[in-house]
Ligand binder design. Structure first.
Ligand code: SF4
Ligand code: SF4
Length: 317
């Protein structure tokens, strides 16, 4: 029978030990044991004050997300032995999810997450008068948003988000997955307004594309893909005022005209006002040979392949 040491994050601000620390608990257990069951056994058998949030124990309610050896998981669908095997460590360290403020042990304050979720208007806002019976949608149209509809709001993606670590105001992957779920719903009449709402400061263009949200989402929602699709919707709706959108557009113009990236054109197109302030950086890049000699000579020979590629991408989005 395996034995495991669980190193659990403890934080009880109202106790005689108000500073955070880690406490070890040893447990003998069957080969098959979920991380949530391990925490609940520790709570029942060793220390009733260990605080954890959970409800369904079936990967549906999304309450029990936490970090196991540094990676965010849903505790009820994660095997202890799997954590040990994947991390190569015998001790399982359990921490609260990242980018949140702990309230007590593994329980965090979810308020910012819910505020951002509400801010994206995660509900249908149809145009025109209500139909007599219902709004029918073809199956294929619903399949386009099937992935995003699987989100259980567990915040595992939010916990791993690099943009949020740098900017706590960033709306975040889960909220954007819901934003896309409604922006792309045929029954919704707010596509352009949603594109405006999701662009701009702290919006879709502030994502660093680290892909950790896709990697750690326990339900296969792929929130980064949803963010990318929201970027496409912004372009289709001509909501391209944000620096991020202009940057993406600059890439496209550069590829179309020369077949490869032209850094000389990208910076001023992205930020015409701020670009002159980057002159010292541009000078250093030029000294290291990282800038093309002239924007006009910066072209590949066979640009047809690049044009075909751009056309294919346009047809698939
Ligand atoms: S997108 Fe995935 S990880 Fe993020 S809240 Fe939804 S289910 Fe959880
Ligand atoms: S890909 Fe974007 S949204 Fe997803 S975790 Fe990274 S920065 Fe956050």
């Amino acid at each position: 029978m395996p034995a495991t040491t669980f190193r659990i994050f403890r934080y009880q601000p109202d106790s005689s030990e108000p500073e955070p620390f880690h406490q070890d608990f040893d447990l003998e257990h069957e080969e098959k044991l979920t991380l949530l069951d391990a925490i609940l056994r520790i709570q029942n058998e060793q220390d009733g004050t260990v605080a954890v949030r959970y409800s369904c124990r079936s990967a549906i309610c999304g309450s029990c997300a936490c970090k196991a050896n540094g990676k965010t998981v849903l505790a009820c669908m994660t095997q202890v032995e799997q954590v040990k095997a994947e991390s190569g460590e015998e001790i399982v360290r359990v921490d609260p999810i990242g980018n949140f403020t702990p309230i007590k042990d593994l329980v965090v304050d979810m308020t910012p997450f819910w505020e951002k979720f509400k801010a994206v208007k995660p509900f249908l806002i149809p145009d025109g008068p209500a139909p007599e019976k219902e709004r029918l949608v073809p199956k294929a149209a619903m399949e386009k948003i099937a992935n995003e509809s699987k989100c259980i709001l567990c915040a595992a993606c939010y916990s791993e988000c690099n943009s949020l670590a740098a900017d706590p105001e960033f709306v975040g992957p889960a909220a954007f997955a819901w934003g896309y779920r409604f922006a792309a719903d045929e029954r919704d009449g707010q596509r352009k307004n949603r594109a405006k709402l999701y662009s701009g400061e702290h919006g879709v263009w502030d994502c660093t594309r680290c892909m950790f949200c896709n990697e750690r989402c326990p339900k296969g929602v792929d929130p980064r893909d949803a963010i990318e699709k929201l970027g496409s919707i912004a372009f289709q709706e001509k909501v391209t005022h944000d620096k991020g959108a202009r940057h993406a557009k600059a890439f496209l113009i550069s590829l179309r005209s020369g077949g490869k990236l032209n850094e000389i054109l990208i910076a001023p197109y992205t930020d015409p006002i701020g670009a002159p302030f980057n002159a010292p950086l541009a000078l250093r890049m030029a000294q290291k040979g990282k800038l093309p000699k002239s924007p006009l000579t910066h072209k590949v020979k066979d640009r047809d392949q690049v044009k075909k590629l751009i056309k294919n991408v346009k047809e698939t989005i």
